[in-house]
Design a protein around this ligand. Structure first.
Ligand code: ADE
Ligand code: ZN
Length: 338
């Protein structure tokens, strides 16, 4: 398509990438070896980086992916592991003209296997510090995600630990999110955690909904959890009232097109409601989610959307401006990004 040069040059904001979802099979195996971590011996997918990569082509659902995603965590141990992972992502993203990156991570899945939150954030911060020198046009923010498959008290415990760190109020953490399995995980389960986050003064709240789950989960996340953003939100299109509400409130959906195809949320890219969201003035950004697992970083997601929908330059201008407006950065930074 003629727009691919334009899409490459377009300054981008990424709002939905899990740092643990950027570990390539090669890095996974090399860290397993360095850290003396044994990978599952009863699953032939873990025979080699090549067999693992091949298995990633056959995900059947979000939960099928999450099984592999959380095994990948096991090889991340020290500060330098988190630093390398984060720096490599930032370097690749910058090469695709990402100028503002908001990065998710899952502290509970590190703490629960004995890797302290402070180790994780120290590595990520070290990468951010190097990126400030090496990638001068890039701003970087971090967002911890509560894991929905763990018991609610574990989520409360995470929030308490994060609040005690002071990191929500010293610029280390820009907001608070929630991820992992969706079906059966109604927002009301986490009402108290989000209320506590809000009471403590955390302003930027988000949650993964509408990826596999119905539009009602999105609606209820907005009203019950008080989130100002929805990660994915794809299935919002099934509720016209919700679409009007999202447009009216300028609530940003952080869409992940390749992720939705690879995890079988939709059969084909063309089945995503991109045109409908544009026409209804629903703000959205286009993101990579777990690029090492799904086979595409942000530019590949932009290009896949373009190939499926043949958008006009004006459509992309609207997407890019909406992504800046929906970013969790200062008004001054937004001006710079425009
Ligand atoms: N964690 C990492 N990627 C995710 C996704 N696509 N949905 C829910 N939780 C996730
Ligand atoms: Zn995600």
């Amino acid at each position: 398509d003629k727009l691919h040069g334009f899409l490459h040059a377009l300054p981008k904001c990424e709002h939905h990438v899990h740092i643990e979802g950027t570990i390539s099979p090669e890095l996974l195996f090399s860290l397993a070896s360095k850290n003396e971590i044994s990978l599952p011996s009863d699953d032939p997918a873990f025979d080699s980086p090549a067999t693992l990569l091949a298995r990633y082509q056959n995900f059947t659902s979000l939960d099928d992916f999450l099984h592999y995603y959380f095994i990948g965590f096991s090889v991340l141990l020290g500060v330098s592991d988190f630093e390398a992972l984060t720096y490599d992502y930032l370097s690749l993203a910058y090469s695709q003209k990402v100028y503002h990156a908001e990065i998710f991570f899952d502290p509970q899945a590190h703490i629960s296997r004995g890797v302290p939150y402070q180790t994780v954030i120290a590595g990520m911060n070290a990468a951010k510090k190097r990126a400030a020198v090496d990638f001068p046009k890039l701003s970087v923010e971090f967002i911890p995600c509560l894991l929905r498959h763990l018991p609610v008290p574990s989520g409360h415990g995470l929030l308490t630990e994060l609040l005690e760190s002071g990191h929500f109020f010293d610029g280390t953490l820009v907001g608070f999110g929630m991820s992992s399995t969706e079906l059966g995980m109604h927002p009301s389960l986490f009402k108290d955690v989000y209320e506590a986050a809000q009471s403590a003064g955390i302003v930027n709240l988000t949650a993964h909904y509408g990826e596999e789950g119905p539009a009602d989960y999105v609606k209820d996340a907005l009203s019950i959890l008080g989130v100002g953003r929805i990660d994915h939100g794809r299935r919002s299109i099934e509720d016209t009232e919700l679409i009007a509400q999202l447009a009216e409130s300028n609530t940003m959906l952080t869409l992940c097109p390749i992720s939705n195809v690879v995890l079988k949320g939709v059969d084909r890219m063309h089945d995503l409601p991109i045109r409908e969201f544009l026409d209804a003035n629903v703000r959205f950004s286009i993101n990579s989610d777990d690029p090492a697992y799904f086979g595409g970083y942000i530019l590949e997601n932009y290009c896949a959307v373009q190939e499926a929908f043949g958008l006009a330059v004006d459509d992309w201008g609207k997407i890019a401006r909406g992504a800046i407006a929906g970013s969790w950065c200062s008004p001054i930074r937004k001006e710079q990004l425009l």
